[in-house]
Write a protein that binds this ligand. Structure first.
Ligand SMILES: [Zn+2]
Length: 162
């Protein structure tokens, strides 16, 4: 079982590299990430969160088949934004509201290297943007004000020491 990398590990703040090889090894990584996602009851997981600095993430919303995004590009974001309470498997137990565009258009490759395009809103758009950020080494604490970030990190370190 893949371990989820927690906040503080350098891989989480690195810019990940494009996936160049498709095949059995990639399929195994995706299957293992899917197992880790289900085990930790998450809805999204990016490869850097399992220590693999590649541009790949998965989204598994309730009652939907797993979605795989490889070498993704967000090509449009709505002007309309909304705040939603987010968590992150790399910060277990920490949740806070993050403002992001309400809808995005994204292009990516599927696990076989086939391109697709998707317009997403609601929870799917939210998870896509959170996971996409992981590929650029951006964490959800980077999307809030400095004051809110200090409070969130102080709360997080208190939780870890409990
Ligand atoms: Zn995350």
């Amino acid at each position: 079982m893949l371990e989820i990398v927690k906040y503080g590990e350098p891989v989480l703040v690195q810019k990940a590299q494009d996936v160049k090889e498709f095949g059995r090894k990639l399929e195994t990584l995706i299957a293992d990430m899917h197992d880790a996602l289900k085990r930790d009851r998450g809805i999204g997981l990016a490869a850097p969160q399992v220590g693999v600095s590649k541009r790949l993430f998965i989204v598994g919303l309730d009652d939907e088949p797993l979605r795989v995004f490889i070498n993704p590009r967000i090509i449009a974001s709505s002007e309309e934004t909304c705040e939603y309470e987010e968590g992150c498997l790399s910060f277990p137990g920490l949740y806070f509201g993050v403002v992001r565009p309400s809808a995005v258009d994204i292009e990516a490759l599927d696990m076989y290297g086939k391109p697709f395009r998707l317009s997403a809103d609601g929870l799917l758009a939210r998870v896509i943007q959170h996971e996409y950020d992981h590929l650029d080494g951006i964490l959800f604490i980077d999307r809030i004000s400095p004051a809110k970030r200090r409070r969130a990190l102080a709360h997080y370190s208190r939780m870890l020491n409990m």
